[in-house]
Every structure is written in C-alpha cells, then in structure tokens.
Design a protein around this ligand. Structure first.
Ligand code: ADE
Ligand code: ZN
Length: 335
C-alpha cells in the first residue's frame, strides 16, 4: 500500500468541523423544499457557483444565508447524519463538531431544537457505525459578549449535553479578549474551551486565546509561524492546532496549497492536526484534505502517523479511549 492509501485508510479523529459547514447544496435544496422556503438560488449548480470566496467574510455571508433552511429537529438530525456518513468513508471514528446556536436562535429556532436534532443524528451514527462524537458550542465573535452570555444562559438547562465551547465567525477586529468573561464562566462550569485564532487574524490573537481565554486547543493557528517566540511556545507546550488546509486555500489565507505554512509548522515541532472546517463549501472532507496535502508536500508515513496521533491525543475524551485509538493508529501506520 502506498503512503497515501495507508493515510486514507487509517482510523482518524476530526477536531474542527462546523456542522453548518457540512450542508451540501443538494441537502440545502431538499430542506428548502421540505420547509417551504423560497431559497434564493436557482439551482444546485447556481449555488455551487457561488462558492468562490475572496476571504473569510465572503464565505460567512453565504454560510449564514444557507443555514436558513435548517428549521426542525429532523433538519439538524439529517445534517449531522449526512456529515457522519460521509466522514465514515474517510475512516473518521471520532468527531468533535462545532455548532453555532446564535445563527439559529436569531431566526426563531429554539436552542433545544438544534441540540435535540444534532444529538439524534449522532445517536444513529453511534448505533449504526460505532462513531463517537462530541458537540462544541461556538459563540459568534462578531456579536457582543452579552449575546454570548445570553446563549450560555440558554444552554444551562442542557449543559451536560455540551462538551466544550469555542469561538468562531469574523476574526479580524474581534480579538479573543472580547470574550474573556464568558470564557471564564465556561471554564468555571468545568468545560474545555477552544478558539479560532490566527486564521486571518494576527499571531497576537493566538497569544490572547492562550493567555486570556485559556484555551486547550487553537483552531487554525496557521499564522503562528510568523512569530518566532509564539512558535517556540506552542512547540514547547505542545498546544494542538486544528489546521484546515483546503479551507485556508479557499479563503485565500494562502495563495495555493504549496504556499501553506503546514511544512514549516511541522518542521517547528508544532502539534498539528488536519481537519476539514466547512467541507461542503471548501472542496472536500478530511480525505480530500489529505489528498491535497499529499499532492503538495509528499509527506512520509511517519509524518502521517504523527498527524493522526496528534488528533487523538488532543481529543476531549478519556485517557483509556485515547490509548486504544492511538494503538489502532500505530498498528495501521507502522505495520
Ligand atoms: N465559521 C465557520 N467556518 C469558519 C471559519 N473557517 N472561521 C471562522 N468562523 C467560521
Ligand atoms: Zn472553523
């Protein structure tokens, strides 16, 4: 088996995927029809043609608009199950999945509807295929911290069903420190916290996410490499970075895959994990990211093994589960 085939067939964890970003045009049209929504795109092809982004905001505008087709528990369940069915084809056995409740509650969809639906889809995948999932609630950083607090309050009756909290949406101009108090509250509740930082924003936002929000992982963090002291710190502390290569190219963080900072991050000893971010919008799922990275950088089996180990190592699961999964990666990648 060549290196790529071995990498593709290895058991994997995905730690950075937005469930709203897994909404394929086919499902969006089907849900629009089911919910009697006048969807502002003429056809599936027309919608796909709109997936031509110049930066993060140009993507987010379409991503939030498309989320309008998600209305009922069944919609969220179908969305979750479709993602997990597709992720399973890439041998994903564990997924930590972001969701953006503010995108839905602002449209009058109850928080409980979103949570019940996502859990129902995940329960089917667990029962049918033994897939393991975690839900991470993301606060939208373009909104005020008061809105994040209101979202957290609405979550309290269901707090045991949310595994962690994150921070996403428009990065520039919305530094992590804007959410210092609400993240402190999440940590007081005993939850793990993560934050998107250093995707489009400067390395200083990664430092803030670590020092002010006290995150366990950095989402993206691809601009860390611009700051030598930060790079050294991330390497020393082995802070996991959930890198999403196709996303970074589609959102013009890098001109093309060969310009991506991944090789420099690996060379610096950073704990990199590979992920798909918003696979329906960015040209592919985890396997597609692996193919694109391999085409650009021709990584060896040892590096792939390290990348897959990093994901399980950084997962929010107990040590026993982690050890079992790590042994499966080792057995697959080092036969
Ligand atoms: N929400 C969904 N995808 C995102 C990304 N790549 N960055 C920030 N917020 C997001
Ligand atoms: Zn993301």
């Amino acid at each position: 088996m060549d290196v790529l085939q071995r990498a593709l067939s290895c058991p994997k964890a995905e730690l950075h995927v937005h469930i709203e970003g897994t909404l394929e045009p086919e499902l969006a049209f089907a849900l629009a029809q089911r919910n009697n929504i006048d969807f502002p795109h003429a056809s599936i092809e027309d919608l796909r043609a709109a997936y031509d982004f110049s930066d993060l905001q140009s993507f987010l505008d379409l991503y939030y608009a498309c989320a309008d087709v998600l209305r009922t528990e069944a919609d969220f369940s179908d969305l979750m199950l479709a993602y997990l069915r597709r992720a399973r084809e890439d041998n994903v056995i564990h997924a930590e999945i972001f969701f953006d409740p503010q995108t839905h509650t602002a449209r009058g969809v109850a928080f409980e509807t979103v949570l019940n639906g996502l859990e129902a889809g995940a329960a089917i995948a667990q029962a049918e295929w033994g897939m393991s999932t975690r839900l991470i609630l993301c606060f939208l950083r373009h909104l005020p911290e008061e809105d994040a607090f209101a979202t957290l309050d609405a979550t309290l009756p269901f707090i045991d069903r949310v595994h962690g909290f994150g921070l996403d949406s428009s990065e520039k101009g919305h530094p992590p420190s804007k959410f210092e108090r609400v993240f402190a509250r999440c940590r007081e509740l005993g939850k793990k916290v993560v934050a998107h930082a250093g995707e489009e924003g400067p390395p200083a936002y990664i430092v803030e996410a670590l020092d002010v929000l006290k995150v366990s992982r950095i989402d993206h963090g691809v601009r860390a490499i611009e700051d030598a002291a930060l790079t050294q710190r991330l390497a020393h502390d082995q802070i996991a970075l959930t890198v999403c290569p196709l996303s970074n190219v589609r959102l013009c963080v890098f001109k093309d895959m060969r310009q991506h900072s991944l090789p420099a991050m690996l060379a610096a000893g950073l704990r990199v994990t590979l992920n798909s971010d918003d696979p329906a919008y960015f040209g592919g799922y985890l396997g597609d990211n692996i193919r694109a990275v391999q085409a650009a950088f021709d990584l060896d089996a040892e590096t792939w093994c390290l990348l897959f180990r990093n994901s399980f190592d950084a997962a929010f699961v107990d040590d026993e589960k982690k050890a079992l999964w790590l042994s499966r990666v080792d057995a697959h990648m080092q036969p």
